[in-house]
Design a protein around this ligand. Structure first.
Ligand SMILES: Nc1nc2c(ncn2[C@@H]2O[C@H](COP(=O)(O)OP(=O)(O)OP(=O)(O)O)[C@@H](O)[C@H]2O)c(=O)[nH]1
Ligand SMILES: [Mg+2]
Length: 204
């Protein structure tokens, strides 16, 4: 059971991508996929639709899965492991979570369930790189998210020019030279296949 997180700042496209990835990973039912969404506000995803497609979704609120509700997260992982035997769990942390802390929480959740840790996929919104990086407090949070990325997905590239997408990627790259960069448009299906491949083969 591999736990992979789709992280990144508020509104960068995490939920939209998670849904696409879960369908692609499920491979028509050959692979069992569950989703855990840690929302601050309301849940934008209809759990019933997910369930009908043979997947499972758990939403947990009331705090951040990497701090105040880490034990709720661990319990959720364990219950999924017992009840549903997923091959993959995709986790959407809140937009203000830091990926290495989410990885720690995922590792802790593996005390009772057999888990492996997947890549930290971090989305960086190509439509507002300056806004994300240049502000004082916000900039620090976004750069720490980018630093923790195993895969840096420059998101919503369908909404910007090629030059703008490249510039956004270069700006994010300054904070993380090791991550693979993917130009992502969930709307246009760009970058999805590569992400699925990375999730499937990832080992750490
Ligand atoms: N142009 C474009 N817009 C996108 C894409 N993916 C998501 N969006 C839009 O971006 C907005 C935010 O998408 P979400 O998937 O809810 O983003 P999120 O990161 O889950 O947001 P929070 O959970 O609130 O932090 C929505 O209006 C989406 O329709 C994309 O590939 N291209
Ligand atoms: Mg979301």
């Amino acid at each position: 059971m591999k736990i992979t997180q789709v992280a990144g700042f508020l509104g960068c496209g995490k939920t939209t991508l998670m849904l696409k990835l879960s369908v692609a990973l499920a491979d028509g039912g050959r692979t069992r996929v569950a989703l855990i969404v840690n929302e601050i506000g309301e849940i934008p995803v209809d759990g019933k639709i997910i369930q009908e497609s043979g997947m499972r979704m758990k939403d947990i609120g009331g705090g951040c899965i990497c701090c105040e509700i880490a034990s709720t997260f661990a319990k959720t992982v364990y219950n999924l492991y017992k009840e549903f035997h997923p091959d993959h769990i995709l986790v959407e942390p809140t937009g203000v979570a830091v990926p290495h802390q989410v990885k720690l929480a995922a590792r802790m959740s593996g005390r009772d369930a057999k888990i492996s840790i997947g890549p930290a996929i971090v989305l960086f919104d190509a439509t507002r790189p300056a806004e994300l990086l240049d502000m004082d407090m916000l900039g620090q949070l976004v750069t720490s998210q980018v630093k923790d990325a195993d895969v840096l997905a420059v998101s919503k590239v369908d909404a910007v020019t090629e030059a703008e997408a490249r510039e956004a990627a270069e700006r994010a790259r300054q904070y993380n030279e090791k991550a693979e960069v993917i130009y992502l448009s969930t709307f246009k299906n760009q970058g999805i296949d590569r992400l699925v491949e990375i999730i499937q083969v990832w080992k750490e």
